[in-house]
Structure formats: structure tokens, C-alpha cells
Design a binder for this molecule. Structure first.
Ligand code: TXA
Ligand code: MG
Length: 339
């Protein structure tokens, strides 16, 4: 299949919307990461998403709509708590899980009786959904197991020849996926930390639960590989001070390995390694979030044998950063035992 690459003009949106209505899949920008969209009501279209990504069929997809008024078409009930979350966080990097009314294809919800809905806060993403006049099932537009794409080039690298087209809207802003919140019970439950923080949700809902501790993401044995957000070279987390970090760089170098590091300022400048990727200021974790996947993919164009990454405080967007890093890592070394 030839994959078309479009700019973000009105003409491109019309062409992409037309293909979506012909049950094809198209990648588009959102404020979190690029999505791979298809008509959420069509089994044929949705099955092409799973095929293009190599995604396991038991992992449900998020349904993207362009306006809050659309949500009611796909759910049986919106509680007062859910309504408040919708008003505060949608559009935005937020996915709400509600009881499904069965309108979307079964493969979208992977047979669950709930559906995840999101409204991207991105002019191109929303304009495409509106132009197509369809609910769009859209996972991140990467090959399953790889870091999510934050540029059209990333999508191209992973999915060229597998999808109908890509709308290039430049780099995404948030850089990590949306916060997935189950709003079917009395208290909102964060199933995946993301662009909207636990603290922000707490302010609206009073109480909130966060599932999946970092310990659960910790690789259990050295041989065990995770297939999440993984760069080509193995990623190792270093949770400790500058000396501790440098000691591990040196150790891998002594084993004959070419070491890449991904760290924030000021630490990144204080370490010595073959290749260093600066992911922003530690004082502003939104910079680290925005650059994280870009950084992980950056090393795929190098010949490093191993990537060492810094850890971050688990507060605000730090929850999402540490969630992705621990899932992407094959090992971690800790000095503080605080993760
Ligand atoms: O920011 C994002 O959310 C991006 C952009 C493209 O919108 N999308 C994204 O989709 O990250 P994906 O497929 O990579 O991740 C969707 C997550 C998965 O962890 C999935 O298990 C969860 O949402 N999910 C979807 N529907 C669900 C449901 N009904 N119940 C529980 N979890 C659900
Ligand atoms: Mg994904």
C-alpha cells in the first residue's frame, strides 16, 4: 500500500476524511501523540488498525470525538462525577471510560462493556474528526511495543506501507498519551497516568485512585522483556545521584558497550557518555514529557548498545513519565530504593 503524506491544509483533511469513510486508516496529530484513526463503527476499518500496528486484539481502543455533545451517543449513562470530569478536562489529554451502549464495533472495546472516549485538544485532529463525521477509534500510531510517535516522521518510520496516509501537523505538545480514567464507579480510577495529573483530577472529583504501582512495572527477572515503548537498544533506569549514575555508565563501558544516556538538565551535562540526549529542565517536567519519546527514538538512529535513563519524582506529570520509563526499561538500578 502506498502511504500518502499530507500537509495540514483543508484539502488534505478532505482527502483523509474521504479515505476514513472508505474504511481506510489514517494517522493524524493530537496534542498528546499521533493517533492512527479508523471508523469506530466499522469492524472492517478497525481490524486494519490492529493489523497495521501488530496490536494484540485484547487491548481496547479509544474512541475520538470532536465535541462533548457527541459522548452521549456511545454510552448508556453519564454520572454527575463523569459530567464534571468531562466539563473540566475535555477537550484535553484525558480519556474517560464509561458504560458502552454498543454503538462502536466490538473490536474497539475488545469485548468489554465499557468504552473509552477522548476529545483531542488539537485543531487538526478535531477538524479531521469533524470533516469525517465519524467517531474515530485511534491508538497511538506506532508499531505495537515501540515508543509512541510525537512527529509525523516517527509514524512514517513505523507504518509506511501499512496505512493509507499521514497528516503532518508538526511535533505534538504534551508528548505522552492521555490520562485514562475509569468513571463508571463512585470514585474516578486512573488506569493510565498521562497529560492530566492526579492532582488536577483530585481538585475536581475530591477523591481519585491511581492503579498500577511502579513496582508492578518493574522487570521481574533479568530475562524478562517488556514490549512497551521500547527503543531498539535496551533501556536501563538509574535511580540515584550523579556518582551512582556515572558508576553505571563506566561499568557498561568496561563491558565494551557504547552507552547512550537520556537525562535532564543539569544532570545530563555532568555525566560523561558516548551519546547524551538532553530531555529538558528537571525543574519543568512537562519538557521532559514532551521530549521523552523523541529521545528514546533518537537512539534508534545511533549505534548505542544500551541506553541509561534518569528517574523523576512521581508528582504531577512525573507519574506519567515514570510509568512509561518503568514499562520501557528492561532493568533498573536504585540507590535510594524510592521506586
Ligand atoms: O493520548 C492518547 O490517548 C492517544 C491519542 C492518539 O489519543 N491514544 C492512545 O491510545 O494512547 P492507545 O491505544 O495507545 O492506548 C489506549 C489505552 C490502552 O491502555 C487501553 O487499554 C485503554 O486505553 N483503554 C481503552 N479503552 C478502554 C476500556 N474500555 N477500558 C479500559 N481501558 C481502556
Ligand atoms: Mg499506545
Amino acid at each position: 500500500m502506498k502511504t500518502e503524506k499530507w500537509d495540514a491544509s483543508k484539502q488534505s483533511l478532505i482527502k483523509a476524511a474521504q479515505l476514513l469513510n472508505e474504511q481506510e486508516v489514517v494517522a493524524f496529530p493530537t496534542e498528546t501523540v499521533y493517533g492512527l484513526g479508523a471508523d469506530a463503527t466499522s469492524e472492517v476499518a478497525v481490524s486494519k488498525i490492529f493489523k497495521a500496528k501488530g496490536r494484540p486484539s485484547d487491548n481496547p481502543l479509544i474512541v475520538h470525538v470532536h465535541d462533548p455533545s457527541q459522548i452521549q451517543h456511545y454510552v448508556t449513562e453519564i454520572s454527575t462525577m463523569a459530567q464534571q470530569l468531562i466539563e473540566h478536562f475535555m477537550p484535553g489529554p484525558f480519556t474517560i471510560i464509561l458504560p458502552s451502549n454498543g454503538t462502536v464495533a466490538d473490536t474497539v472495546t475488545a469485548g468489554l462493556d465499557t468504552v473509552g472516549i477522548r476529545i483531542p485538544d488539537h485543531p487538526i485532529g478535531r477538524a479531521l474528526i469533524q470533516e469525517a463525521n465519524l467517531p474515530l477509534a485511534a491508538p497511538s500510531a506506532n508499531l505495537s511495543g515501540k515508543p509512541s510517535p510525537t512527529t509525523a516522521e516517527h509514524v512514517y518510520q513505523d507504518l509506511y506501507g501499512r496505512i493509507a496516509g499521514i497528516i503532518d501537523g508538526g511535533a505534538t505538545g504534551v508528548g505522552l498519551e492521555s490520562t485514562v480514567v475509569d468513571a463508571t464507579g463512585d470514585i474516578p480510577v486512573i488506569l493510565r497516568p498521562g497529560g492530566v495529573t492526579k492532582q488536577q483530577i483530585e481538585q475536581v472529583a475530591g477523591q481519585v485512585e491511581l492503579t498500577g504501582s511502579l513496582k508492578e512495572n518493574q522487570p521481574k527477572s533479568p530475562g524478562m522483556k517488556y514490549t512497551h515503548y521500547e527503543p531498539d537498544a535496551p533501556l536501563v533506569l538509574i535511580d540515584g545521584d550523579q556518582r551512582f549514575f556515572q558508576k553505571h555508565i563506566n561499568k557498561f563501558q568496561q563491558e565494551g558497550k557504547k552507552v547512550g544516556i537520556i537525562a535532564s538538565k543539569p544532570l545530563v551535562d555532568q555525566l560523561q557518555a558516548a551519546i547524551r540526549y538532553n530531555c529538558g529542565s528537571r525543574d519543568d517536567l512537562s519538557q521532559v514529557a514532551a521530549n521523552l519519546y523523541y529521545g528514546l527514538r533518537y537512539f534508534n538512529d545511533t549505534d548505542v548498545d544500551i541506553i541509561l535513563a534518569e528517574t523523576y519524582p512521581q508528582e504531577g506529570i512525573g507519574d506519567a513519565i515514570m510509568n512509561r520509563l518503568t514499562k520501557a526499561a528492561t532493568h533498573w538500578y536504585t540507590q535510594n530504593k524510592n521506586i
